[in-house]
Design a binder for this molecule. Sequence first.
Ligand code: PGA
Length: 252
Amino acid sequence: MSQKRRILVAGNWKMNGSKESAKSLIEGIKAGLDRVKTTEMAICPPFIYIPTVAAMLEGTTIALGAQNLAKEDPGAFTGEVAAPMLKDFGCTYVIVGHSERRAYYGETDALVAQKFVRAQQEGLVPIVCVGELLEEREAGKMEQVVARQIDAVLSAAGASALENAVIAYEPVWAIGTGKTATPDQAQEVHAFIRARIADKDAGIAEKVRIQYGGSVNAGNAAELFAMPDIDGGLIGGAALKIEDFLTICAAG
Ligand code: PGA
């Protein structure tokens, strides 16, 4: 394999925090940035804290991301947030199809693909999440599920669209459970995803970053990121702790 892709670590704060905690978290991360040498970092706060975090990240190398977006253009869609609004506040990334959105808000593969396309139309880089449930893994359906989720994006956007996208493999059984996939388990699925993309476009498959997500912590990040097809992490719980997040970023 050629040179490895640059590690990207993104903190997904989910629906956590307050004005105060958001500020102290960013201040703490900024204060420890000299520990992070090569990893690209991104922070995805809840929508309402985006302006505060955006102002604090100005002039740093840390990118800003959102956790979701509407597939529609701005208009009469109560409660939604449109892609141009995220752009307006300087977001680079936007998470699409997180398993919590799929499970609790009924997001289908088709909707996730539409959001992916809408994000890219606005120049946002989607971080598209895929991953199987425990029952699916136990039933031997892991590859089938992940392939279906990836194919929905490939058929809506085309393989070349992955040039400006990130994939996050997040086995649902590992999210917020403290049960991390082993580096070998994760590597196996990452290689499968890359091969699936290579069937359509080998050059893009080689370039696209595939993050691992699911109970990444300060103790396991380095061995996960050392795997040949793991290009960083999407971090939930540990992204809310200054020390842990910095250690994970420094592990890249
Ligand atoms: P976790 O969440 O690190 O708390 O498991 C990861 C994610 O859901 O993105």
